[in-house]
Every structure is written in C-alpha cells, then in structure tokens.
Design a protein. Sequence first.
Length: 487
Amino acid sequence: MAEVRVHVPAPLRSHVAGEPTILVEATSLHMALGAVQAAYPALADRLLTDDGRVRPYVNLFLNGRDVRLLEADKLTIDQPADLTIVPSIAGGAPDLTREERLRYHRQLILPELGLEGQQRLRAASVLVVGAGGLGSPAALYLAAAGVGRIGIVDGDIVELSNLHRQILHDTTSVGTRKTTSAKARLEELNPDVEVMEIPRRLDASNALEILDGWDVVVDGTDNFPTRYVINDACVLLGIPLAYGAIFRFDGQASVFAASGGPCYRCLFRDPPPAALAPSCAEAGVLGALPGIVGSIQATETIKLITGMGTPLIGRLLLVDALGGEFRSLEIRRDPACVVCGDTPTLTDLVDFEAFCAESLDVDEPGAPFPIPAGFQLPVPFPAVDALELKEMIDRGKRLVLVDVRDPAEHAMSDLANLGAISLPMEELEERLEEIDPLVETILFCRTGRRSMEAVEFLHSRGYARVLNLSGGINGWARDVDPNLPTY
Ligand code: ZN
C-alpha cells in the first residue's frame, strides 16, 4: 500500500472539513478513489458518478499527469503519490480553443493551474501602473500567461536610459509613449490579450476612477507619491495589490490590500519627504533586478487570479541581488492603520504633497522614516544636495553636520561656520554615541561618495535620521559658498 495525498481545491474543501489535502492508502487509482468515497462520501459525490466513474467535468491528475491520458483503469500506485482534483469552474466558461491549448500547454499541464486556472486567467483583468522596470516583466509575463485584459498606466515617453531595465521597450521605441510601445509589444507577444492604454500620470485626483473595476493591480511605480495613492485606492476599492519596489541592488515584493492582510501603510505609515527619497533616476539600479521583482509580481498576480499556492499576503519578500539572497519577513495588518485599520481615518485619497510639507515641517523624533524592525527601507540611504541643505538651514531646521573626511582634508576646507563636527570614517564605529539618533544628521565628505557609505553604516546601526550630503563639500562650495576652497 502506498500513501496517496489527495489535493482538494478550495470550492470542494467544505466536504473535507476545510483540509487542502487528505491522505488515503491504495495500490491503484481505482482503490484510492474507493478510499476517498468511503472516508468522504460527500466529496466523492462531486467527483464520481453512481457507478464509480470520474464525472466528465472533473479532471484528476496523478503526479501531475492527467489520468485520462494514463488509462485510469489500469493505473497502479506503488509509491507515495499526489492526486490533484481540478473541477471545471461554475458558470460554464467557454472551453479553450485549439490554439489556446497549444499556446498555454506547458502551464495547462500543471495540475495546480489546469484548464480552470487558464479560464480564470482569460476572464481576469490586471492593471499595471508604470510601464517601467517592474511593469515591463510583469506585463510581459501576464500577457504571455493569457490574462484576458491588461491595462497599462504611464504618462512617460521611452528614453534611451530606460532600456537597460525596461524590457517592454526597445531602441526603436525611444521617443514614443510608453503605453503605445507597451501595447504593441504585448499584442505582438499574445494577440488574444486585450491591452488598454492609459497614457496618464496616476495621482490622487484620478486614481479611484482609473483603478476601479480591475481584478488585480500591479504597482510598477518608482516614486512615493504614486505608491501611496495606489495603496490607498486599492484598500478603498478592495482590490489586491501586487507590490514591488527596487533600489540599487535591493528589492521588495508583497501582496497588499488583500482581505485580512496588511497594506503598504501598515508597513510605512507616511511617505518620506520628497527631498529625502531618491528615485531610480537619481540612485541607479541594476537592470536585471526589476526583472526579478517584476516577475515575482506577475507570479503573485497569477496566484491571486487562479487561487493556487500561498500568496505573499502578510509577508514581505526581500531580494538582495548583491548578496544573492532572498528573505521573507512576516508583516501584520496594523489595527491603527489610517486606511485599512479598525477605525480608518483616511476615507478618500490624499495628495502626497500635503504629506510632504507636513513631514518636513514637523520636527518630531521618529518621523519621517518609519523602519519596521528587522529590515531596511526600500530607499534606505536618503540624501540632500547643497541647495536643499541650505534651504533646511535657512528654515532654521534643527540638524547636525558631520564631516567624515580625514583630518588632513578637514584642514583644507571645513563647514565649522555651520557648526559641523569632524568625525572621520575610521573613528565612526567607536564614536557612535556622539551621534544623536533623534536629530537630523547630515554627513559629508569631499564628493558625497564616502559619506554615503557612512550613512549606509549608520542606518545599519539603527540611525534612521542620518542623511548624506550628495555632492559633498565641493558641491556646497560650487552651489552655495564660492569662497570655500575645493580640492
Ligand atoms: Zn494598512
């Protein structure tokens, strides 16, 4: 006798006390079905006719193979096996055409997906916001998988510098609308897919209207304002959100706004001020990284549509491309969340700029970078340039300047007139206590490169309010104080 694990699809689990898998012992498929019938007569009723034959609208897969193709009657089982039940969906979705069966064959033969999953994909609609680094692989895989309707939201034009990561577009599409280029490419890939172009910039004024009615939304944006608007709109509309974010060599993915799960705001309550949140354009990104993260977003979307597997609801997947590591962290819905909490206060979309201004002016400890314990922020190493720093100083913002250069360099030029203290890189670790974690601290070196490393180090030690002066002291001399010597 061998153990047979019978995988029960969600619609039939009420007959087996909610279990996704039941175990029976058998030496043949016939015997396994008999054992199911004896132990779970109500389930067997749905699978088998009175004379014990498999009902025509039920598919059974033994170890991933369709038993109808395996001459079920003669099928013996001599080692542990997996039997997967795949009923056709209610409502009589039209069968697949011959061409569809060929096109999707390699995924149709996955028992977890099967005919029913394919029909669900065809009936589904997915809105991809942003036809950039993340949206490109996500949209390509979704179209290839046979998602019936795909919407592409993007107000930008294809630029040459997009092409190292935005694989929807190619050299000939430089200068054209991203939505137009995306639609052409997706239709070329799969003419059965209906692609809808929405060549607009998503914001608080139009997000509810644009997102309404889609089954799943894929967040392929690269900036905070849109991210918060998408999250809030998805929560308000009850649409699950396949989230992805990238920064330099790090990526994140999750599923937000799904029933019972957390949303993006549960994790990051408020956006950081715009000046402190570099985008890809400023910070750089390895081209293949959005390929990984966008593909994960497509995978999660397909899982949400077909109901297979365990979606990333309540988990944040972290991708470390340089270290070659994936980690996943448990995240929870915050009962105090302003949009998805028990008593939400945010019931309409909020303009991000308002949040920005507030965060910049309110100098309370802990804001503006909420860092959940145990992981780094998607835009972990914020920076200001010389003009932004001058503006902060002119506004009277409380901050400390730290010169991380060698003493010899410090002797050549310094910002002592602004109260800057000298704390060379190599002494940083032993003089950590000189940095007040509650006060905005701006590190600088000659050009901003070494101080960025110092910022990275301090963030890893939990100093969330440390920023980099991009351009360094030379940038300050160039843009603000021409009397300062440069070297
Ligand atoms: Zn929330």
